[in-house]
Write a protein that binds this ligand. Sequence first.
Ligand SMILES: Nc1ncnc2c1ncn2[C@@H]1O[C@H](COP(=O)(O)OP(=O)(O)O)[C@@H](O)[C@H]1O
Ligand SMILES: [Mg+2]
Length: 316
Amino acid sequence: MCPRCRARAPAASGLQAAGRCPKDGAFFVSERALARSDGDPLLGCTLGGRFAVLALRARGARASVYDSRVVPAAPEGAGRPTTAPIASAVLKVVRCDGPRSEAALALAWEGEVQRLASAAVAPGWLGQGCSEVGDEPRFAAFVASERAPGASLAEPSEQSFLERATRAARALAALHAAGIVHGDLTPEHVFVDAQRSAATFVDFGSAALDAGGGGERARLSGATPAYAAPELWETGPTRAADVYALGCVLVRMVTGRPPFSAASLEGLRAAHRSAAPPPLPDAVGAALGSTIAAALSKSAGHRPPDGAALVRALEA
Ligand SMILES: Nc1ncnc2c1ncn2[C@@H]1O[C@H](COP(=O)(O)OP(=O)(O)O)[C@@H](O)[C@H]1O
Ligand SMILES: [Mg+2]
């Protein structure tokens, strides 16, 4: 169905072919996608000349995330059937006033960090840019990626807790080895797939390049408060704060909630600074329990210092 004029897609042009509405050029989307996307004006648009926006996938803290299809770059109207394989992509989009706006530059930075992080621990990077989309705000800055494999740590899984925790820690070790701190680890930002030995991270919007301890940080952050280490409320992201956040994620996985909650942001900050984390279920076991407790140390110096140290503690 056309998201603009609501014309039905001719059966043959189907979604597989990523067909366009002959009246207004919008890409056809499924009725389900249209219902789920709540009138989103980007549906049916093409970003960067080759990413067709087909469905809203999630709304994050800063951006909207869409399922899209990569449109073959064959010249339009050339009369050639498009036989190139049509791949899917995930688009992270912020609407903004122009390619040099703060939001567009922040997303561009995020795409660059994701690219540096490599396909080992981040979804494959497919492109980025800023396209004019014709309604207000007039621009859409985007980063196009492969879909993160598996399921996020916010979703239930058949895999054991220790396996998922170890995969997440291995990915953190690889990320830190690449000189990147994530800065906003939450259950929604870590994807684990049974076929891969390390997890994949999404949302590099708070990430920073880490000069190796105490060096210049490329950018300061906005972490998710429920997972933010005590010192992160005053300083930029660090490896030890990533370890703390992953500790909070592990608590959430075994107890169903992050270790601390409060009615106000100030209350949450105070809890991160001085409240004792909740007891863990007996099934977690003493060794794993003490690794999680160490990751949640109030003082950064008492935590495993980085992802590699966390892996060693989990595998001990
Ligand atoms: N490449 C991806 N593959 C699968 N899901 C993704 C991908 N990128 C983002 N998501 C989903 O979309 C949500 C929002 O994206 P995110 O990058 O966190 O945006 P924000 O910066 O607005 O928080 C994520 O929590 C995740 O569930
Ligand atoms: Mg996010």
